[in-house]
Ligand binder design. Structure first.
Ligand code: FAD
Length: 263
């Protein structure tokens, strides 16, 4: 297998923005002609489904829990890092990028980590707009704390339940799109297989966990936001449903799978 991360060309701090600018856009009127399957409704899959629904795509969202709120993301506690430099303690996008690369033992993909640091600033605003109740100073400004060994205070948090509050924000955004008719939610559906056409994922096979009914679904694109798989280890702080079912099935159909110790 040829591993190709398809990292865009150009200087580190411009790669993704330039790539985004050079990408072919889909006309708003044409978006509803495209169907996207999203598997998983944690912070990753849930927000992807809600955002694409809001953009106008036809989205089918699948997950094996009874409600999107049951995803493991509900358990994240500490907070979310963003280089907003509210504390004026020397933080910057580059410092968040550098700290994240260092925290990952210099093994992460630099271009992708830079993008994470770059858009971290907007993610907080998006979550606040969705109603996520981040902790605030007495004066009303968003509070920050230092977390995970960082030398600056850049962690936005909601007591010890940041993931829970973020997931409720995602859930609300998702339900809004369900009501708007752009997202269809299929709970208690386990992804059994990926349908690959000409090397591209074009659908999935699911089992309805209540009726046992097995069915295939087709789309223009498939997004897997199926989370970690720490329960392959004997001990784990993850929810019991953080298993390897989806990633293993995608791997069997040809998806790249590397560094399984990094869960
Ligand atoms: C104790 C703990 C504390 C943490 N604290 C923090 C923190 O403070 N800050 C931070 O940034 N991160 C934290 N993390 C990490 C963070 O919680 C996870 O990285 C994140 O929640 C993963 O989100 P996700 O959307 O990828 O997956 P998940 O939330 O696990 O969602 C997976 C989704 O996929 C679905 N799914 C899986 N397999 C299938 C299948 N075969 N068929 C159908 N559906 C399927 C599930 O139903 C679920 O909806 C913490 C993790 C742990 C364990």
């Amino acid at each position: 297998m040829k591993l190709d991360a398809r990292i865009p060309a150009g200087p580190l701090d411009e790669k993704w923005r330039r790539h985004q600018f050079e990408m072919k856009l889909v006309n708003p009127a044409n978006k509803r002609k495209h169907r996207v399957i999203v598997v998983g409704t944690g912070l990753a899959g849930g927000s992807a489904a809600a955002t694409m629904g809001e953009l106008g795509y036809e989205v089918d969202s699948f997950f094996f829990h009874d409600s999107p709120r049951r995803a493991h993301s509900i358990a994240a506690q500490g907070g979310i890092n963003a280089a907003k430099n509210y504390q004026n303690d020397g933080d910057s996008v580059f410092r968040l990028f550098y700290d994240t690369i260092k925290g990952g033992d210099f093994r992460s993909r630099e271009a992708n980590v830079y993008r994470l640091a770059d858009i971290s600033v907007n993610i907080i605003d998006q979550a606040v707009a969705q109603g996520v109740p981040f902790a605030r100073e007495y004066g009303g400004l968003l509070a920050n704390r230092s977390f995970g060994g960082a030398q600056v205070s850049r962690t936005f948090y909601a007591r010890g339940q940041t993931g829970q509050q973020l997931l409720l924000g995602v859930y609300q955004a998702l339900e809004r799109q369900v009501r708007a008719g752009t997202v269809r939610v299929h709970n208690r559906h386990e992804m059994l297989d990926v349908i690959v056409v000409d090397g591209k994922a074009r659908g999935i096979v699911t089992r309805n966990l209540e009726s046992g009914h097995i069915r295939s679904w087709l789309a223009d694109a498939v997004v897997l936001g199926t989370g970690g798989y720490m329960n392959v280890f004997y001990l784990s702080t993850n929810a019991m449903k953080s298993n390897v079912t989806a990633s293993w099935r995608a791997y069997r159909r040809g998806a790249g799978f590397a560094n399984p110790c990094y869960t």
